[in-house]
Ligand binder design. Structure first.
Ligand SMILES: NC(=O)c1ccc[n+]([C@@H]2O[C@H](COP(=O)([O-])OP(=O)(O)OC[C@H]3O[C@@H](n4cnc5c(N)ncnc54)[C@H](O)[C@@H]3O)[C@@H](O)[C@H]2O)c1
Length: 358
């Protein structure tokens, strides 16, 4: 299911006003708000006191966490919509992180063959990534995002008002995606993003940076909505990042997804330097930001075969045994069709460990 309609992105810290004007324009017969147990407690009060649409909306609260991004939770959302008599003229507001926007989006996309929905992301990761771009779905049979559909939210209302209650590791996970977008954009976003440490940006400054960052993703997704080519640019950092995440989990020391992506960005930039001439100055800048913000992941050369094996099993590979990478010639100049041999990856991991003093 690919929605042809493009997605309206609204960047504002006056969230209630944005919701009410969307509701006044689109006149849904009823509004259902899907939130998880945390966002119902921490984020819903921020918008409900000033928004007419939200104060009269009906709530569907699901348990928080990736372990609940399942068919059972999805069925419970469908069941709530059914038993409360939602019709095709109803609309859904997804208020939460990527779990809520992915699963609530899929619930709306499939209920009665599709009802309208908007996303209000409450984590930085959802704001910069998950809530935008039309990918919806659930985990299934132990596989992430195994069942889903491409379906655009009618609007995404993006605000920095929710982030003060976010645990720091959740905030930094989203920040890694902003770093990735800044490297893909090729303008001076990277310099501005690294001017201060992440916690030093005000709500308004962060909203401006977020806007630029989300527009990078929007532009790429609009050119390639179903991931046939250019959208692979968004995989920068993710082949080694997923390998670090899986390796750390298997070795009993799990790391947040965004931290693994940040380290993965450094590996991809080392490969970019070796294979495409990405500048060593830019590589050093990114490395020191990543080291100062995310610390280090401790591993040594005995771990390389396991890490490379995880990269080999990445679902983005072509299936012919080669390992696919998205690399950069320079910020903004992306090659989405690179491959690297195990020897090249081992060399990149050696340089990565040197750069991060591991
Ligand atoms: N669709 C896409 O393109 C896309 C892209 C990236 C990630 N994702 C998906 O997004 C999910 C990860 O997103 P996430 O990191 O937002 O996870 P999440 O939705 O699980 O949120 C993380 C935690 O933060 C809590 N939380 C949310 N907002 C909060 C707030 N303002 N204050 C305090 N706590 C808050 C949540 O309840 C949860 O416990 C994964 O399932 C991933 O597959 C989807």
């Amino acid at each position: 299911m690919t929605s042809a309609k493009s997605q309206q992105l609204i960047f504002t810290n006056d969230i209630a006003q944005a919701i009410d004007s969307w509701a006044a324009k689109t006149l849904p017969s009823r509004i259902f708000i899907i939130a998880d147990s945390n966002t119902a407690r921490l984020c819903l009060p921020i918008i409900s006191k000033n928004s007419l649409a939200v104060s009269s909306a009906e709530q569907i609260v699901i348990p928080a966490g990736e372990e609940h991004k399942t068919l059972d939770t999805l069925a419970s959302i469908w069941d709530s919509l059914c038993t409360r008599g939602a019709t095709r003229s109803a609309a859904v507001i997804n208020l939460g992180g990527g779990v809520v926007t992915d699963m609530g989006g899929f619930a709306a996309a499939t209920f009665k063959r599709g009802i309208r929905f908007i996303n209000i992301p409450t984590t930085l990761l959802a704001a910069v990534d998950a809530a935008v771009g039309g990918k919806t779905g659930i985990d299934f049979n132990g596989l992430k995002n195994e069942i889903g559909a491409f379906c655009n939210a009618e609007a995404v209302i993006i605000s920095t008002r929710f982030f003060s209650t976010l645990p720091q590791s959740e905030f930094l996970s989203g920040y890694a995606e902003m770093l990735k977008h800044s490297l893909l954009s090729g303008n001076d976003a990277y310099a501005r993003l690294t001017e201060k440490s992440p916690a030093e940006f005000s709500e308004q400054e962060l909203l401006e940076l977020l806007k630029e960052s989300v527009l990078v993703k929007k532009r790429i997704v609009e050119e390639d909505p179903t991931e046939k080519g250019l959208r692979k640019a968004l995989n920068l950092g993710h082949t080694p990042g997923h390998a670090f995440e899986s390796w750390a989990l298997a070795n009993g020391k799990p790391v947040p997804h965004g931290y693994a992506v940040a380290w993965g960005l450094v590996v991809d930039l080392v490969l970019s330097h070796l294979k495409l001439g990405f500048s060593s100055d830019s590589l050093r800048n990114v490395t020191s930001l990543v080291e100062n913000t995310y610390g280090r992941l401790l591993f040594d050369c005995k771990d390389y075969p396991q890490l490379i094996d995880y990269m080999r099993h990445d679902k983005k590979n072509a299936g012919d045994g080669t390992i696919a990478f998205t690399l950069l010639r320079k910020p903004g100049d992306v090659d989405v069709s690179c491959t690297a041999t195990p020897e090249e990856i081992s060399t990149a991991l050696d340089i990565f460990r040197d750069l991060l003093h591991i």
